[in-house]
Design a binder for this molecule. Structure first.
Ligand code: ADP
Length: 257
């Protein structure tokens, strides 16, 4: 089976600081991978380079077996054009820690803007699809509300509907509950849980919620200093971590929960 996403020896640097260090990673279609690890280890950077919010300095990222950051020219790969990147990036949706809704647009407008502008949907089609998605995330009765009139949990549910409105095949979640008050975490996790149960999406989830990662992920990756130190199926990974650094991290995190 062709991986949905493949990082081949990807290096990302900020100046002299190497954040991703020759990263190799393959993710299967429909797989939900949770990325955990200490702060500053490069977890968010994995998502940001996939979303092409950041350039990489070395290596190649493939989507569906096609070079994403590069294109084939004869026998070599050369950096891709913006048009090529945009085309493949349309398969990817991202949900941010801080929601990032358009503040001057209502819930409904947030969910129809990009489908109309970028996918070329008619307004009626976009509205119909947005309403379905807002109902799915339990926000159907708030379509005229502006982000400032919504709680953090509600804003994040709208942000998920907005990402889905672009019909992505890959969903990236960057600590989607870490900016929320504790009582709102559950409602957002519930939406992600229902998406995870469908298996039509390939999902990458950066999270500090170990219990949730264990429950929904097909695979857990422990990230440290720009590399994967250990990975495994959630039950094995959490009950019997092999690497001393994974053990130390899990002990620390689970103690503070
Ligand atoms: P994590 O998600 O694991 O907390 P990040 O991927 O956000 O880690 O960051 C990894 C490292 O990259 C950190 O040391 C961070 O300071 C650095 N970094 C992230 N973004 C930038 C940037 N725009 N400029 C310089 N350094 C950055």
């Amino acid at each position: 089976m062709e991986p949905k996403i493949r990082f081949d020896n990807v290096t990302k640097r900020y100046g002299a600081h190497t954040v991703l260090d020759g990263l190799d990673l393959s993710i299967d279609p429909g797989e939900l991978v949770a990325i955990i690890g200490p702060s500053g280890s490069g977890k968010t950077t994995v998502l940001r380079v996939l979303m092409t919010l950041e350039n990489i300095q070395e290596g190649v990222i493939y989507i569906d077996g096609q070079p994403f950051t590069h294109v084939k020219k004869g026998d070599t790969l050369v950096p891709a054009s913006q048009a090529h990147i945009r085309k493949l990036r349309s398969k990817i949706g991202m949900v941010f820690q801080s929601f990032n809704l358009f503040p001057h647009m209502s819930t409904l407008q947030n969910c129809i803007e990009a489908p109309v502008q970028s996918l070329g949907l008619s307004k009626d089609e976009a509205v119909e699809r947005a309403r379905e998605l807002l109902n799915m995330v339990g926000m159907g009765d708030k379509e005229d509300h502006y982000p400032s009139q919504l709680s953090g949990g509600q804003q994040q549910r709208v942000a998920i509907a907005r990402a889905l409105a672009m019909r992505p095949e890959i969903l990236l979640f960057d600590e989607p509950t870490s900016a929320l008050d504790p009582e709102m975490v559950g409602e957002v996790l519930q939406v992600i849980r229902s998406l995870a149960s469908e298996h039509s999406y390939t999902m990458l989830l950066v999270t500090h919620q170990m219990g949730f990662a264990r429950e929904v992920a097909d695979r857990v990756l422990f990230f440290e200093a720009g590399k994967f130190v250990e990975q495994g199926k959630p039950d094995e990974f959490f009950s019997n971590p092999q690497n001393p650094r994974t053990q130390a991290f899990l002990n620390k995190v689970l103690e503070s929960n």
